[in-house]
Write a protein that binds this ligand. Structure first.
Ligand SMILES: [Fe+2]
Length: 428
């Protein structure tokens, strides 16, 4: 039992034996049993060997002992030492397990490194590649160009001083920009679609709002051409444009739909949308101009929307004012309006059993691609109205597409007809 007693109790017993000169006298003085004191002394010898002299004579032993001034040198606390020993042993086990695991991981990583090293050293066999057959590689690419024109708004006047110099527009500027449309269409087709491209003809899409039409009071007050003279002005220029397209592409198919600006009434109307429209007159007049020329065909649907098949792809040309989507003043602007309108048109035509592959609309003067097609920019460009609704300034733009029989519209080019606002601003 004495082996688990604390050091100080054992030492107190030693001091009592020295003080009273022996075990018997110490027992008498302290009331402890002699056997107890004897056990404590034996334990003291074990704990502090060399401190207590060996003697069987208690009296002699006690008289010869000189206890150190320090009561005793701290001896190991056996119980505590055993606890710490167990802890150390547990910790050692734990560290050993960790070390074993770390060694295993290191060995696994080393194996991976060795494998990677072997792979890196191995020669990489060249991929067996067979070039496409000459009949494919050398075969010319057949593309059908689609020149999508809309929103000329010919007759409108835009005064640069009213819009910080970002744009100017009148009938002469229209003429310049229209000539650029034709020039760029021919130039891109000649030099920028690939060196081995052929064209079976061209589609010339007329998407409405060719004239300003004076449909609002402010337009009537400021236009430099009212509806009828504007039609005549357009006839001169578009007739020349169609001739030049025919000269380059051999065949021209002209699809015409009117826009809201060409209407003959002040208020919009749903019945007679096409027949009550100056732009329909212009389409008929253009058609009559080329009557007798089988290389130029005209299609002017009475519904005001042109649905046609092109190389197996279903295409819809609509002006965009009747697609059930208006507005566009939110932070996302007209893009959301166009995307929503295209979705409605797609659903409408799908219900008729005619799902559309491509939809082209104008009207909102925003050059953008949507999930279903494209919205066209305008030839008139940034205006006072665009400024007032917070539209982002943009250059006058029109789209030119190239349709591939297998890949559909494989190229879409923006024809930029005047400097972008950044350059306009820099000039100003
Ligand atoms: Fe319009």
């Amino acid at each position: 039992m004495s082996s688990i007693l604390p050091n100080n109790i054992i030492w107190e017993t030693v001091k009592a034996v020295v003080k009273y000169g022996g075990i018997r006298t110490a027992a008498r003085a302290t009331g402890l049993r002699r056997t107890t004191i004897h056990d404590h002394m034996a334990e003291a010898r074990k704990r502090w060997p060399g401190v207590l002299p060996e003697s069987r004579s208690t009296k002699e032993w006690a008289s010869g002992i000189v206890l150190p001034e320090t009561p005793y040198s701290p001896a190991p606390d056996t119980a505590k030492a055993e606890t710490e020993l167990r802890r150390s042993q547990d910790a050692a086990k734990d560290w050993k397990a960790r070390a074993t695991k770390a060694v295993d991981e290191r060995d696994a990583l080393q194996d991976q490194l060795d494998t990677m090293h072997r792979l890196a050293q191995a020669p990489l066999e060249p991929l067996a590649w067979t070039p496409a057959a000459p009949s494919i590689m050398g075969h010319p690419t057949v593309l059908m160009p689609l020149l999508f024109t809309s929103d000329f708004q010919c007759g409108e006047v835009i005064r640069p001083e009213e819009i910080d110099g970002l744009n100017a527009y009148n009938k002469d500027i229209f003429a310049d920009r229209y000539a650029k449309i034709i020039d760029k269409t021919i130039d891109i087709s000649d030099h920028h679609t690939g060196s081995n491209t052929t064209y079976p003809g061209i589609y010339y899409l007329r998407g409405g709002d060719a004239i300003s039409g004076g449909i609002h009071e402010e337009l009537r007050d400021t236009d430099d051409l009212s509806a009828v003279p504007a039609v005549q002005w357009l006839l001169r220029h578009e007739r020349e444009g169609i001739k030049r397209l025919k000269d380059r592409f051999g065949r021209v198919r002209v699809l015409s739909i009117p826009g809201n600006h060409g209407r003959t009434s002040i208020k919009p109307r749903t019945k007679g949308y096409v027949s009550h429209n100056f732009e329909t007159l212009l389409a008929w007049w253009l058609a009559s101009t080329f009557e007798g020329d089988p290389s130029i065909e005209f299609y002017t649907p009475a519904s005001g929307e042109a649905y046609f098949d092109l190389l197996g792809w279903s295409v819809l040309l609509a002006h965009g004012d009747r697609m059930g989507s208006k507005g566009g003043r939110g932070f996302i602007g007209t893009i959301a309006t166009i995307a929503r309108g295209h979705q409605k048109l797609y659903q409408n035509w799908a219900t008729r059993g005619r799902p559309l592959d491509y939809i082209f609309t104008g009207h909102l003067h925003t050059s953008v691609q949507t999930e279903h097609g494209w919205g066209n920019g305008s030839v008139a460009g940034y205006s006072e109205f665009a400024r007032d609704i917070g539209a982002k300034p943009d250059a006058p733009k029109q789209w030119l597409f190239y349709m591939h029989k297998r890949w559909g519209i494989s190229q879409a080019r923006e024809l930029i007809l005047d400097d972008l606002p950044k350059r306009k601003g820099a000039k100003g």
